[in-house]
Design a protein around this ligand. Sequence first.
Ligand code: ZN
Length: 416
Amino acid sequence: MAFRLLASAALLLPLQAAHAASDGSGEPASPEVVALQRDMITLDTHLDTPETVDRPDGWSIMDWHDVRSDYSQVDLPRMKAGEFDGGFWAIYTPQGPLDAEHYAKVRDFAVMRGMSIRLMVASYPDQFELALKADDAARINAEGKRIVYMSIENAYPLGMDVSMLKLFYKMGVRETGFAHFRNNQFADSSTDPDGPKWHGLSPLGLELLAEANKLGMIIDGSHSSDEVLDQLIAKSTTPVVLSHSGCKAIYDNPRNVDDNRLRALAAKGGVIQINSYGGYLRARKPNPERAAAAKALSAEMGDEANMTAEQYSAMLAKRREIDAKYPETDKPTFDDFMKHLLHALQVVGPDHVGIGMDWDGGGGVVGLEDVSGLPKITAALLKAGYSKDDVAKIWGGNVLRVLRQVEAAADPKAAE
Ligand SMILES: [Zn+2]
């Protein structure tokens, strides 16, 4: 009888679901789960989508795109399909040399990127709204629009002048990170091949932390070294958020955080937002031909920011050729992502965990390649025994709680 039931159940299951259990790509969410997620405010604390919005080839946030063809992961139609309400749209700048000439260049780039986030919002005022306060999220959501908080991923563009942070605050920025892949003038990176430079925050980094606290910005410890994170937790007047990070207990990588640090973060009210960047989820078998082809392509094409529309289209075509010739192998799956999410939940509980998947910045896993499938996460959390209230905290409640604390601790005179 059991055999018969199993066999007929398998026949009734859609092909995708039958296939999902074994390959780690997760189960599709039922219409009930999708409806449940619709009632929640769903935020991601690190969206690299502004870089996509600025593509030179006429890419529009208003159109549905195919991740396999143009590699983008977030647009308005897919946000709607995935019951995804918005989050922190990042001003990201890669780390460059620490000198006056480069500080000036990168400052201008960051200001312009902030302008394009605001331009996107201003271009489609019925669809997007700039959010400046924690309470804005619920209001914008109730009006059926997408929520656009702004953030800085790497504080490098502030140069040697922390008062520049006020300009970005006035522009709308409410979350700031300190470092990226390399050490900078403010802090050590978790991934600098040269090791620590400051053993935490530099004297200027301490000033930046104080300035961000005074203005009222969320302090983001992602990408910074463990020593920096320890100092942020100890010295910030408000809880620290890891906008896109993972768990060292699941995969020992410098970008991931160990359980004791997670407990220290949570003890001060902070939150870890779980990342889906494949290289940080688990060890992968090397794919040297693909890596070499990708490296050669980026050397050939140069900086994306300077490409014409034709050059950009040619670059995408070459990326697709590489995918066909040297397919991505051993790519981490939805289940690999869920291992980090469920581990963090086990260690610090549902008040201190959220979602920050690094969309359009390298995130995405087999089974969840873009934001259209986000209800899978809700389904998996419910299946793991978390309540609807827990899931709502994870999807947005926790980070909004921190933002409220940040607002309450700010000095209103600081932004004048
Ligand atoms: Zn990042």
